[in-house]
Design a protein. Structure first.
Length: 121
């Protein structure tokens, strides 16, 4: 059995992006857990779990974390950008071949039937 790449994004990648955004919102911009949760469309307890590394354990590369910091700054200025910024980060990860590495880690065996090139990035 295998999962589609979109399922890997939903279960691992999006939560990791939200985790990084939440940490930036709370630590750098001094937002409350509740305000961060409202922006990210998750519960206050989800943000708390992000902050204590109990949720979204996927490690993101430094280059992606830098892009997430840029996204956080944009989102703080205009909260309506949150969905577009998360999609931008996912798109960037796809272009760099980073999603293939995530898929390979959490989706053992799928590369035998996948036409994507995991050697990129």
């Amino acid at each position: 059995m295998y999962n589609l790449p979109q399922e890997i994004e939903v279960w691992y990648v999006i939560p990791a992006i939200r985790r990084e955004l939440a940490k930036i919102f709370v630590k750098k911009y001094k937002l409350t857990l509740e305000d961060s949760a409202d922006i990210l469309g998750v519960s206050k307890s989800a943000v708390s779990q992000y902050m204590h590394s109990k949720r979204a354990r996927l490690k993101l590369p430094a280059e992606i974390k830098k892009e997430i910091e840029k996204s956080a700054e944009r989102i703080i200025k205009n909260k309506k950008l949150v969905v577009g910024e998360i999609l931008r980060i996912i798109s960037l990860m796809k272009k760099k071949g980073l999603l293939c590495h995530v898929c390979k880690k959490y989706n053992k065996g799928v590369l035998k039937i996948c036409s994507m090139d995991p050697s990129r990035g």
